[in-house]
Write a protein that binds this ligand. Sequence first.
Ligand SMILES: Cc1cc2nc3c(=O)[nH]c(=O)nc-3n(C[C@H](O)[C@H](O)[C@H](O)COP(=O)(O)OP(=O)(O)OC[C@H]3O[C@@H](n4cnc5c(N)ncnc54)[C@H](O)[C@@H]3O)c2cc1C
Length: 507
Amino acid sequence: MDSCTTRSSVIIIGAGISGISAAKVLVENGIEDFIILEAMDRIGGRIRKEDFGGISVETGAGWIAGVGGKESNPVWELANQSGLNTCFSDYSNARYNIYDQNGKIYPSGLAAEFYNKAVKLAIEELKNQEAKLCGNFTLLEPSLAPKTPIELAIDFILHDFEMAEVEPISTYTDFGEREFLVADKRGYEFLLYKMAQTFLRFAPEDKIIDSRLQLNKVVKEIKYSGNDVTVRTEDGCKYVADHMILSASIGVLKSDLITFQPPLPKWKTEAIMKCDVIVYTKIFLKFPYKFWPCGPGTEFFIYAHERRGYYTFWQHMENAYPGSNILVVTLTNEESKRVEAQADDKTLEEAMGALRDMFGPNVPVAEQILVPRWWENRFQRGSYSNYPVLSTRKDFVDIKAPVGPIFFSGEHTNEKFNGYVHGAYLAGIDTSNALLEDMRRKKVRNQARSLHFKNYLQPLLALSKSWTSAQQTISEISKWEVAQQLFLLKGVILSLLGMMKGSRMET
Ligand SMILES: Cc1cc2nc3c(=O)[nH]c(=O)nc-3n(C[C@H](O)[C@H](O)[C@H](O)COP(=O)(O)OP(=O)(O)OC[C@H]3O[C@@H](n4cnc5c(N)ncnc54)[C@H](O)[C@@H]3O)c2cc1C
């Protein structure tokens, strides 16, 4: 038995940046009758700040990527309008700050040589994949595969950071090559709150009190037909609407958190399954004092280990938060999953081992550790989408295409900027515009239908002698006895036949 049923024009699932930007566009176009269902107890999704070691750290998105180009990144614009504090990040030195396990920095010439080799390898790999696709198998020269710690470290940076996407990368070609780290106590999520303030009701202490935003609502079932959609949440509530915007992550769509009735068509599930999910984990460590180099060109540094991706990529927070004594180490994919599954004490021990290799045995133990778990989080199941290198246009079109009244949104539906905050923001806008267009088309169709009705029925009723009395007849038709209705219908049919006869005689 349902404890509650709510009816609205549109249901939006997810209050991440794509869900919020989608809602804003609906309101701007006069659709106020929507409901946002969010599984968590907060808005923001993968934009999430946490208080840690006296500052605000971003456990999800941290950077505004793509700034300083000819076109303006819309998220950079939002950040400027909101007065969000940011800090320029310069990755260019990272490859020259590569430490071996004895704490020595590899000479820059050697690092550059290995870097060029790794780029060559990446290009070879791409060619191999293309050849495979054409049924032509050419295997990579075994001598080129990365083996030594420095090769593995550079391979990791290239593939899991710089070259996670295929060149040219739209974010950088369209918006510019610069990246800014959000360094603001209010968090990256402040942008979402600013956006939400334009259309949701807020209490004076900045708490959202609008009943159209429902938190802690985990959608478990979506039933849809050509006309409407019914949603059930884990707490037994039911929501019915004409349309839906589904902004849950690609990881959630791949999981069994939400069941669809009828099941999604094959072309849709195939497109979802083709899109990969990256797990990207930033582990934060708070120390009693700094023991790492600070100053220009030192923000990012690399640990070369014989295991690929083992505590490889480090950043100090001194540029963003001077005096915070915080380090961040980034893990990805299998290493992320491994660390998520173990106790934080074990992770601390491993991270300290890497730091002691780089900076000596006397470095102090971190006082605090924060290990976000994006893979284990059943409302995320990973950090962001990653389309295989040789994805086709059809894959993107299918991921995004609506199924009946369900319109898909979220970063993974943005062909150019998937994986980024601006991709998600623009996806929300695009999805709402597509939905509004669909609504307009339906309205035009319905108007045409009623026009059709008027054009035929009115002359017919006029022919049955009295239009005024006929109008009354129509308005009161429900009160009539069945025999009387049949009588009217008979009159209308006879008139219609008469009219058809007349028009045939005219021609
Ligand atoms: C660790 C990490 C680092 C990143 N770094 C960057 C970066 O530096 N720069 C950058 O541009 N991008 C970065 N990203 C990517 C960026 O965060 C995302 O692309 C963007 O925030 C996604 O927004 P979205 O609205 O598409 O999805 P989400 O933010 O995931 O919103 C979807 C919402 O749906 C909710 N939901 C899911 N299932 C259900 C359900 N069954 N019922 C109800 N609600 C549900 C979720 O709780 C969530 O709030 C990073 C992401 C991560 C995780």
